[in-house]
Each structure stands twice: as structure tokens, then as C-alpha cells.
Design a binder for this molecule. Structure first.
Ligand SMILES: Nc1ncnc2c1ncn2[C@@H]1O[C@H](COP(=O)(O)OP(=O)(O)OP(=O)(O)O)[C@@H](O)[C@H]1O
Ligand SMILES: [Mg+2]
Length: 310
């Protein structure tokens, strides 16, 4: 095996898995690099999406997942994007639950030995004030490593006895801190467009991801939110927004899906479809390695679309 073959093989190892290589990739690998069919169109598209996700940005980037309707797949989307950006880029990614009330990101992500959240981080912000002394390792007391998914989760307040309002100033302080230590910040949001921390997230975001399931009410809520942002004077809204449309059941209303794709294509810069996946249904900790090949591929495409927009 030549040095180049060795590197080729190492690269192949870093892809999502055998199922995603296509027959050409599998043949290349199983023959130990002896047979090298040229990349087919599927494999080329796959590599192009990975390269797009791995691109260098000239600063940290914030992506906010938004839709004022509950069950619109915001939290699911943040976790799937965290897994995709985290594994393809090899880290540098944080998913932050910016819900004003108890969010579910902490419940659906892997647990940690600590139970600290945004609230405890806010109470302890002083220790990060000295930029020369504070270290990313110190954040380990507040964020929860997602293991093989290669991203961290900063959960929202989990104490039942606290109202836990996050003010715009609080958002700004945590955001600045995370920007110091991460390259990609994925922000989960709540359902109240008038909440200070919702508005602050929309303002701070380099990119908005409108998530929706193929349901009329959820699709409508996302459009209503875009109208509200437009009316509030947000500039370049179409340019800085993409849509992720997930199938909520194995049997999808294709006519509704077509209508939603058409209307969101008019309002945002791209629409990405995510298939139904039973692994995402239970609402517990997501077993990323059990996601179907189609789901993983769809998220790779969606995240490449996000990276291209950043
Ligand atoms: N691709 C998918 N396949 C199957 N089910 C899905 C998929 N995407 C989302 N779901 C389902 O949608 C449910 C609700 O999604 P999620 O909790 O992410 O919504 P949300 O917008 O964060 O809601 P809330 O505003 O209440 O926090 C998930 O628990 C899951 O059951
Ligand atoms: Mg949620």
C-alpha cells in the first residue's frame, strides 16, 4: 500500500460509514485500494457536502433553530445538527438550550456527572471574566459532552421552583462566552417570540433555521413567524434563513409537503427535507448510530446548506 493509498483509506474511515460510501467506495475499500473506480455522482455529492461543512469560517457562527409552535422539531434539529457538525468537523460545536421555560435539550442529550445549566453558568460568569485566565476546560463544569457525537450541550434551567427568565443581557453574556470557546453555536429556542431571550437569539444569529414538520399548523406557524420578523424590520431575512422540513410519520401527506416546500422556497434560501426516523420518535437520548442512512444523509445535506449560507 503506497502512502497515498494509506491516506485515501484513512479518509474513507472518516466518512459516516460503509452504507454511505456507495458501491464504488466499498469496492475501493474492500480491495484495499487495488481497485479504484472513479467517484460516482452520489459519492461526489457526499464528499462535496462534507467539504462544505468542514470549511473554515473567519469567526464563530451562530445558528438559531426557530418556530413558535411546540413539536416543530427544533430540539430534534439542534441535536441532529450538533451530531452532524460535530462528527464531520471533529468538534468545536455547542448546542445551547435558550428556552425561557424548561427546554428538553438536556433531557434528549447525553447526561453528565453534573446537572449544571445556563442558570448556574450565569451565576458563575465572574470566573470567566478574565479572558487570560479562563479556560475551555472550566466550561466542562457547565456543558455536557455528547461523547462520540463530538459536541457539547448547555442545558436550560431544570429547577422546578425557579421562574428562570433569561434577559437579553444574560443571553448576550452567555453568547459572548460561548463564542470565545466554540466555532459553531447551535441555539435551541422557545415558543414565545416576545421573550427577551428569543429576540436576542434571533438578533445574534448569523443564520436562522426554520424547522417544521409536514403539518399544516406547524408549517403555518413558521410562516407567521417569518411575517412577524419581516414586519419588525429584519433585513435580508430570506438570505439569512433556511428551512428544515421533517416527516412526522412514515406516511406523509405528499401534497402538503409539496405546498410547504414551494412556499418556504419563496421565503427562505433553501428547503431541506428530513425523512421520518423511528429513532427520533421516543423523545429520549438520541442513539445517533442507529439513525437510518437516509436520515444521516439528509442531515448532512441540510448542514451543508447551512454552512454554505454562513
Ligand atoms: N425526522 C423525524 N422522524 C420522526 N419523528 C420526528 C422527526 N423529527 C421530529 N420528530 C418528532 O417530533 C417530536 C417533537 O420534536 P421537538 O421536541 O424537536 O420539537 P420542538 O420544536 O423542540 O418542540 P418544543 O417547542 O415543544 O420544544 C420529537 O419528539 C419526535 O417525536
Ligand atoms: Mg424543543
Amino acid at each position: 500500500m503506497t502512502a497515498t493509498d494509506f491516506l485515501d483509506r484513512r479518509d474513507a474511515d472518516k466518512t459516516l460509514g460503509p452504507a454511505t460510501w456507495g458501491w464504488r467506495g466499498r469496492l475501493r475499500r474492500w480491495s484495499g485500494g487495488l481497485l479504484k473506480p472513479a467517484m460516482g455522482p452520489k459519492e461526489q455529492a457526499f464528499e462535496a457536502d462534507r467539504a462544505q461543512i468542514q470549511k473554515d469560517f473567519d469567526g464563530p457562527r451562530t445558528i438559531a433553530f426557530v418556530n413558535p409552535k411546540g413539536g416543530a422539531a427544533k430540539t430534534t434539529g439542534v441535536l441532529a445538527a450538533g451530531f452532524t457538525f460535530g462528527t464531520v468537523r471533529g468538534g468545536g460545536v455547542v448546542a445551547w438550550d435558550n428556552n425561557e421555560t424548561r427546554g428538553t435539550l438536556g433531557i434528549r442529550g447525553s447526561r453528565s456527572t453534573h446537572r449544571n445549566t445556563t442558570r448556574e453558568l450565569l451565576e458563575d460568569l465572574g470566573r470567566f471574566k478574565d479572558v487570560y485566565q479562563s479556560r475551555i476546560g472550566d466550561l466542562g463544569a457547565f456543558v455536557r459532552s455528547q461523547g462520540d457525537a463530538h459536541f457539547d450541550v448547555l442545558a436550560s434551567d431544570e429547577r422546578p421552583d425557579v421562574t428562570g427568565v433569561i434577559h437579553a443581557k444574560d443571553f448576550g453574556e452567555v453568547h459572548s462566552l460561548l463564542e470565545r470557546f466554540y466555532r459553531i453555536l447551535l441555539v435551541d429556542t422557545g415558543n414565545n417570540l416576545r421573550a427577551e431571550n428569543w429576540l436576542a437569539a434571533a438578533e445574534a444569529a448569523d443564520l436562522l433555521v426554520v424547522t417544521s414538520t409536514v403539518r399544516e399548523d406547524t408549517g403555518y406557524s413558521g410562516l407567521w413567524m417569518l411575517d412577524a420578523l419581516q414586519d419588525a424590520g429584519y433585513e435580508n431575512l430570506k438570505y439569512k434563513t433556511v428551512t428544515v422540513l421533517s416527516d412526522p410519520s412514515p406516511k406523509v401527506d405528499e401534497a402538503l409537503a409539496r405546498d410547504l416546500v414551494a412556499v418556504y422556497e419563496q421565503r427562505t434560501r433553501g428547503v431541506y427535507r428530513i425523512p421520518y426516523d423511528p429513532v427520533l420518535v421516543a423523545g429520549g437520548v438520541i442513539a445517533y448510530n442507529q439513525l437510518s442512512e437516509a436520515t444521516q444523509r439528509a442531515w448532512l445535506r441540510a448542514c451543508a446548506g447551512m454552512a454554505a449560507a454562513l
